[in-house]
Design a protein around this ligand. Structure first.
Ligand SMILES: Nc1nc2c(c(=O)[nH]1)N[C@H]1C(S)=C(S)[C@@H](COP(=O)(O)O)O[C@H]1N2
Ligand SMILES: [Mo]
Length: 417
């Protein structure tokens, strides 16, 4: 089927159909999902005043099922994750209260006034910054994702796990981060030409530490103070965290307190025993910093129900640690045929990108998939290709195509296709 065809055999429609023809959904579907304006609209329920003002707003109580899903490791206090409910969210910004969490030892309660960031090691002048001092430096904002290197790791399992899309792939969230470019602070301290690495260290109980190449630190990293316009949430690293665009979540050190310039990586737990894995040829993958191109359909997805045949908008998210998303294609027949989805702007580098495509469901069983391509030409692999390349010992960096099966009853489940 060519791109211009209105409907392919799998029911996917041209992504621009509605824009171009100015069609209304109700005109395009047999049974319109809307109901005509009727006389039985509820009457004005009350004339008494509503709720009072509040100092800090909360979601509607009716949305109480839109929550992070917590999987805590009971053996170590405060070690575990909570997942972003990607299947309930729209657009590209993750609300701060739903940003996924990965803590190794809980959320420390840090006094922002007493907190210091020290920069030392291979520098001309070791420096110590208060948060107030950092706030006086020039700041930048960037919208981008943080994704844990272990996101989606249950998909390495032999059987597909049945849960909501966000609880499979939601160790990834997207925010507007604002703070001081790390390069400015490094220049202030004067980096010794022998330095190649930064060792980052945090103020949580575990004293998390990890190494970052100097070139990346200078290129685009931010000492973030703000998230979605307000100061960082404690769970996201208040009062100061590092943002390392497009790279593994673990490098985005929260509660950041120390930066040491060195010639070599420190070889901490997070870059040796973790985030390192054996490949089929017996060699280990280490320092696999960049998060690869990835996408998934967030709606419809498991837990949603297609209540009747007819027209649906397939919606999803795509992102790449290498730059912008260039193309997302969608299949409704398990990958036999593909149709390009519309990318909703802004399409930003190293950020979630929202895609959409109309689909006419004929009531038969179908398998929905999305496949993203980034601006470097990297293509999201099939699960079979990823497992063939990486073997069965994989744990990190799972980015294969995700498949949702639609049953004749309109229920969705997770399958490997
Ligand atoms: N100090 C500190 N920084 C940390 C961690 C931590 O446990 N302690 N976890 C890391 C990991 S593994 C990830 S994936 C990201 C998660 O960031 P988030 O909790 O804001 O989503 O933070 C990183 N920074
Ligand atoms: Mo992580």
């Amino acid at each position: 089927m060519s791109e211009g065809d209105e409907t392919s055999a799998s029911g996917l429609l041209d992504r621009r159909l509605f824009l171009r023809r100015g069609l209304r959904w109700s005109a395009a579907i047999a049974a319109a999902p809307s109901i005509a304006f009727a006389a039985d609209l509820p009457s004005d329920p009350t004339r008494t005043p509503g709720q009072p003002f509040s100092n800090y707003g909360q979601p509607s109580p009716q949305e109480k099922a839109t929550i992070r899903w917590i999987s805590a490791n009971r053996a170590v206090a405060g070690n575990g994750v909570s997942w972003t409910p990607l299947h309930d969210l729209e657009g590209i910004i993750t609300p701060s209260g739903l940003h996924f969490e990965r803590h190794h030892n809980g959320v420390p309660q840090i006094d922002g006034e007493a907190h210091r960031l020290s920069v030392h090691g291979l520098v001309k002048q070791p420096l110590s910054f208060t948060i107030d001092a950092l706030k006086r430096y020039p700041q930048r904002s960037r919208i981008g994702f943080v994704e844990c290197g272990g996101n989606s790791n249950s998909s390495w399992n032999l059987e597909p796990l049945q849960t909501r899309a966000g609880y499979l792939h939601g160790l990834a969230s997207n925010s507007e981060w604002t703070g001081v470019p790390l390069a400015i602070v490094l220049d202030e301290a004067g980096v010794d030409p022998a330095a190649r690495w930064l060792v980052l260290e945090a103020s949580d109980a575990i004293g998390m530490n990890i190494s970052l190449p100097l070139a990346k630190a200078r290129k685009d990293c931010l000492l973030a103070l703000y998230q979605n316009g307000e100061r960082l949430r404690p769970e996201q690293g208040y009062p100061l965290r590092l943002i390392v665009p497009g790279w593994e979540g673990v490098l985005n050190v929260k509660w950041l307190s120390r930066i040491e310039l060195t010639t070599e990586p420190v070889m901490s737990r997070n870059e040796t025993s973790r985030y390192t894995e054996l490949q089929p040829d017996g060699r280990a993958r280490q320092f696999t910093f960049v998060m690869d191109v990835k996408s998934l359909i967030t709606s419809p997805s498991p837990g949603h129900l297609l209540s009747e045949k007819g027209l649906y908008e397939i919606r999803g998210l795509a992102w790449s640690g290498r730059g912008k998303v260039k193309k997302v294609e969608v299949s409704a027949d398990a990958g036999k045929t593909w149709k390009p989805a519309a990318l909703q702007g802004p399409v930003l580098p190293m950020s979630f990108t929202r895609f959409r495509i109309p689909w006419r469901w004929d009531g038969a069983a179908a398998t929905l998939q999305s496949r993203a391509v980034d601006e470097t030409g990297a293509v999201q692999p099939t699960r079979t290709a990823l497992v063939a390349q990486r073997g069965r010992a994989g744990y990190f960096h799972y980015n294969a195509i995700v498949s949702w099966q639609v049953s004749e009853d309109g229920e969705l489940s997770h399958v490997y296709a």
